[in-house]
Design a protein around this ligand. Structure first.
Ligand code: DGY
Length: 328
């Protein structure tokens, strides 16, 4: 067993994980934890690529061209803790012969729960109400106090109809009697649309004018940067609400702030930000905006399941099988 132990793959975990999965990793691999629990720099990564067989990054680790700018790497696998992987330059990884995996499925329900939370909060002005109450400014019930928008029976537009988009559709359709309109880069099977009584449109431009709520569930990255820009915000119904649990860069935040300030739309609710955790100051001035600190998958159950999923990908990979969640 001694030689087996010595031959265990060397694995770098860039952030602290739930205890049970850290224990499992340490039992199975020669694991180094980044005990500072701070985002790593490009220089840290270039160094790590020479020392570790696998690196287990998260969304806070920018694995762009700079971090992957090494002539060759010992690292064979980037096993991401999270479903979104637009922070990883998969072309650069491929050139170095590094495979990439993610953690789909296990976070879809909790992320859709959070998108529902945001939708209800912004429509019912829950953030504004809580801020008012905590500031000691509540003067009591009155017929015109913090009057919001009804959610039940309204039209919800879903941009990106993958696993999370569908989990959102299920909640909105069966729980709130909403009519679902979908935009997705590929055609969705009719039988899938029928499950939610949903209709697929060809473009975002076609979707936006029909919807009372629009929820983003597409990937981030260069292709979807500023998908929601000033022109498209203008296509939304006056009084409509925009929800983002996908990636911050999908929305042009300056344009969104303008639209909110001038009441071009009713409100917005964001769990993700361009350049997070930095928040564009202009957003902080918008009252009709709910903001949460990237909590989509943040439940005990899901964060543990995400870790297990990474362990499964690692074990498959190092035992010579194709990992189920290989994305590049
Ligand atoms: C995800 O899983 O994509 C979360 O946003 C964290 O990366």
């Amino acid at each position: 067993t001694m030689s087996v132990r010595n031959n265990r793959p060397r694995v770098l975990v860039t952030r602290r994980w739930p205890q049970s999965v850290e224990t499992e990793l340490a039992e199975r691999f020669d694991t180094v934890f980044n005990i500072e629990d701070k985002a790593m720099s490009a220089a840290d990564f270039r160094d790590a690529l020479g020392h570790f067989d696998a690196i287990l990054p998260t969304v806070t680790d920018g694995l762009g061209p700079d971090a992957l700018n090494v002539p060759q790497a010992r690292t064979r696998l980037l096993a991401n803790y999270g479903v979104g992987f637009s922070h990883i330059d998969t072309d650069a990884a491929k050139r170095l012969g590094i495979a990439v995996t993610n953690t789909p499925d296990v976070l879809s329900e909790c992320t859709a729960d959070l998108a529902m939370t945001l939708m209800l909060m912004v429509a019912r002005r829950a953030g504004e109400g809580e801020r008012e109450l905590r500031a000691g400014a509540w003067t009591g019930w009155r017929p015109t106090h913090l009057v919001g928008a009804k959610v039940t029976g309204k039209v919800l537009g879903i941009v990106g109809f993958g696993r999370i988009g569908r989990a959102m559709a299920r909640r909105a359709h069966f729980g709130f009697g909403m009519k679902i309109v979908v935009q997705n880069r590929s055609k969705i099977a009719q039988e899938v649309l029928d499950r939610f009584d949903a209709e697929q449109v060809d473009s975002i431009d076609e979707l936006l004018p029909q919807c009372d709520f629009v929820s983003l569930h597409c990937p981030g990255g260069a292709a979807n940067r500023h998908l929601i820009n000033a022109r498209r915000l203008d296509l939304m119904k006056r009084g409509a609400f925009l929800i983002n649990t996908a990636r911050g860069e999908v929305i042009d935040e300056q344009a969104l702030a303008q639209a909110l300030m001038f009441d071009c739309i009713g409100g917005a609710a964001l769990d993700v930000f361009d350049g997070e955790p930095r928040i564009a100051p202009v957003l902080l001035d918008c009252d009709n905006l709910v903001m949460l600190p990237h909590l989509g998958s943040a439940t005990e159950e899901t964060r543990t399941a995400m870790g297990r999923r990474v362990v499964d990908n690692l074990v498959d990979f190092f035992e010579g099988r194709e990992p189920g969640d290989r994305v590049a």
